[in-house]
Design a protein around this ligand. Structure first.
Ligand code: ZN
Length: 340
């Protein structure tokens, strides 16, 4: 079965003529199930092609098309709270999808939530509170912005001329890999100084603000959850620090927005980033659920503190690739390849 899943997964990536009929057959075999999908940012189609870090974005037109498709196929779009109610009930639960947006940038407010409103379906926002508080350096967003809009940048003592979109993507990948880690914030600050970038102005160009979140928190289609204070890799922290990251984010959202946050998503979210100790800490911090980014489907009896979510990768702009998640084949393939 697993080898078959892997072979099917490879074939499906290449062929929607193959995958869409298979998805229909799978619906009959797989029956009731939930699928949680997550991503970070969106951009208009016209801009998406040029973005240096475009895998991080879902093309807004594709998202619109995909929402139309899932509703046409009879999937219910639900909040995490609704998904948990369905997994807890012993009744047949239908097919349902949750969409969650992690971190939360300005485009969550300006572009993403409006797409969900247009389809009159809910969306979950997992907010990293350091973004609206201005305490988390958005180094990847700032680096990407500079690479997109400039013809030349100074990076770590080197002057790099920028010509094509392809080259900008390669430069982004190279610098991001070099900076990633605890020093990323200070390297980004030096980069801003070397390139005459106003680091605060750049932050607010990309960050979601508390004023925006105030509006979103009052939208009946928006469910707000927490995604730590500083986007820390929870498994790497001491129990005390980890608990603070979880509980402080929840308290900050509750106090600032006047809501009662129930749900949490682990940053990064793979097996090495959050484990059983951290699932217990999420419960201790007062959450009713916690989500990972381990691929897979949700069935009745799902543990509420290790909910699987499938990441929508920006480069997969096809219904066939999305059906991989909806049928659970991407999860099966990930397990075969040890990518958990
Ligand atoms: Zn995140």
């Amino acid at each position: 079965m697993t080898l078959l899943a892997l072979a099917a997964a490879k074939a499906m990536m290449a062929s929607s003529a193959f995958v869409l009929p298979l998805a229909k057959a799978a619906d009959r075999v797989l029956g009731p199930r939930g699928c949680c999908l997550t991503f970070h940012r969106t951009a208009p189609s016209g801009q998406w092609e040029r973005l240096p870090n475009r895998d991080f974005y879902v093309d807004a037109d594709f998202l619109d098309r995909f929402l139309g498709y899932v509703r046409e196929q009879g999937w219910d779009v639900v909040t995490i709270g609704d998904a948990l109610r369905r997994t807890a009930s012993g009744e047949p639960i239908g097919r349902y999808i949750n969409f969650s947006i992690d971190d939360c940038y300005r485009d969550t407010y300006e572009l993403l939530v409006p797409v969900f409103r247009r389809h009159n379906v809910p969306v979950t926002l997992f907010v990293t509170t350091g973004i609206p508080d201005g305490t988390l350096p958005l180094w990847a967003a700032g680096l990407e912005d500079a690479l997109l809009h400039r013809g030349r940048v100074e990076v770590d003592g080197e002057s790099i001329g920028l010509s094509s979109s392809e080259q900008r993507r390669a430069v982004f990948a190279q610098i991001a890999a070099r900076w990633d880690g605890p020093q990323a914030g200070s390297r980004y600050a030096a980069f801003c100084a070397d390139n005459d970038i106003d680091i605060d102005a750049m932050h607010w160009k990309h960050a979601i603000s508390w004023d925006m979140l105030d509006v979103l928190a009052r939208d009946p289609l928006v469910e707000i959850g927490a995604h730590t204070v500083s986007h820390a890799r929870i498994a790497a922290l001491s129990p005390d620090d980890a608990l603070h990251e979880l509980a402080d984010a929840r308290l900050r959202l509750n106090e600032r927005l006047g809501i009662d946050v129930q749900h949490f998503a682990f940053p990064y979210g793979r097996a090495a980033d959050c484990g059983p100790r951290d699932f217990a800490l999420a419960r201790e911090a007062g959450f009713a659920s916690a989500a990972t980014t381990r691929k897979g489907l949700v069935h009745a009896g799902q543990d509420a503190f290790s909910i699987p979510r499938n990441t929508m990768n920006g480069s997969h702009r096809s219904l066939a690739a999305m059906e991989m998640h909806l049928t659970g084949l991407s999860g099966a393939a990930a397990r075969v390849m040890g990518r958990v």
